[in-house]
Ligand binder design. Structure first.
Ligand SMILES: *Cc1c(COP(=O)(O)O)cnc(C)c1O
Length: 212
């Protein structure tokens, strides 16, 4: 992988022993999608781990992670940004976030359209926030064998990044992240300019979800 691409090891559902094993090989950045699970792992594991929230985040759960989370990949509304800002203010932090975009064909996937993101970035409410910083964009491609479809979706996310960069973040060096690529498609994502890949099952093996 090119050196400028960071690997987020997605450890959701995996026990602390599995994370410790990866830590011992030098991995320091881990991604989780459930706030309480992430907070429990944070408490148990070494404090030089960078924790990234990659899953949908409900406002009421922001409080569990706000004191330590390094990057929230999945911001998809102004209301969530405002909530993160309020909680971050309480712990005197500025928390880095990515805007999540809907680039897949599947309707079920979450994320903003470019128009929705622009509405947020042009609003007075956004301009008033002082405890969040948007450092880039994130997207999840369609789950498909059609490699060209996946490539088009990542290329589209890169285009969105470029539009936002030039219109709203031209002078902001920190706006530089393109979080795209998972186990099945990270090679395409890197070819399309990814700066962060979120890889779970290729590192930790398949996830087993408990039936509830
Ligand atoms: C689970 C998950 C990943 C990792 O998926 P793998 O296919 O196991 O690599 C990446 N990104 C998000 C948002 C996820 O929820």
């Amino acid at each position: 992988m090119p050196e400028e691409v960071r690997l987020i090891a997605v450890s959701k559902t995996k026990p602390v022993e599995a994370i410790t094993a990866a830590y011992e090989t030098g991995q320091r950045v881990f991604g989780e999608n459930r706030p309480q699970e992430m907070a429990a792992k944070y408490r148990e594991l070494p404090k030089d781990i960078e924790w990234h929230m990659i899953g949908q985040l409900q406002e009421k759960n922001v409080k569990y992670i706000i004191a330590f989370v390094r990057l929230i990949h999945s911001v998809d509304s102004l209301k969530l940004l405002q909530k993160i800002d309020r909680e971050a203010q309480k712990c005197d932090r500025v928390v880095d976030c990515l805007l999540e975009f809907h680039i897949a064909r599947e309707e079920t996937k979450s994320g903003l359209t470019l128009a929705e993101a622009e509405e947020i970035l042009e609003s007075e409410e956004w301009k008033a926030l002082q405890h969040v910083r948007i450092t880039g964009v994130m997207g999840i491609a369609t789950y498909t064998d059609d490699r060209e479809q996946i490539r088009r979706e990542f290329a589209r996310l890169h285009e969105i990044f470029d539009v936002l960069k030039s219109k709203y973040f031209a002078r902001a060096d920190y706006f530089r992240e393109l979080s795209m690529g998972m186990s099945e498609d990270y090679r395409i994502a890197v070819e399309e300019g990814s700066t962060m890949v979120r890889v779970g099952s290729s590192i930790f093996g398949a996830r087993e979800y408990k039936k509830s």
